[in-house]
Ligand binder design. Sequence first.
Ligand code: SF4
Length: 220
Amino acid sequence: MDEKERRSRALQQIVQHVGKVKILFKWSSAFENLIGTILSQNTNDHNSRRAFQTLKKNIRVDPSSLAEASVKSIKDSIRSAGLYNIKAPRIKTIAEHVRNTYPDGLETLLIQSDDEVRDNLKRFQGIGDKTIDVFLAFAGGRDILPVDTHVRRIATRLGFAPRNAEYREIRKSLEEATPTSMRRDAHLALLRFGRTICTAKSPKCHQCPVKELCPSRRDL
Ligand code: SF4
């Protein structure tokens, strides 16, 4: 078996092992998805969801409401997500832009190609490759495999890319090993796998379904 085949097999086996991951939290608009993804940066799901719900209750999560809200009131609502001093002004700036540029909703941005969406969103501070890919995959239904911290760790351990690889290199390598239309599912499976088995500290290599295919496995 060559390297490419080994990696591809490992990825397929992880997806099979984890099974279909149900998305429990549904955003009601593309804008909510974007704000929720920004809130999730550098924190866990529990804290970001709590911040999102508080923001929704206190201000509402739509472009006009957030554009008109004070930065302080946004900050106060999103404290549980951490980095609120940075995230609050960014959220307000993005809300102002979306209100002025996409009066019919951020869904209209999703009519554009992946690259055009990327170019449009990348101009904002705090919106990087991962946030855009999550937006494209889960608000736009695009066949994309976003690379978050868990996905990056697993990819480097399995040899998809070197440790210092650029975001796009990792995504490309993973996407090439994933059957078409399965990339979002693969992303969700890798997230769960990274939280439960291939954890950052002390990965559970002894119970890993791909230990025979992994060059980074620890002593079993
Ligand atoms: S063998 Fe260990 S390091 Fe390799 S993928 Fe499995 S849990 Fe991660």
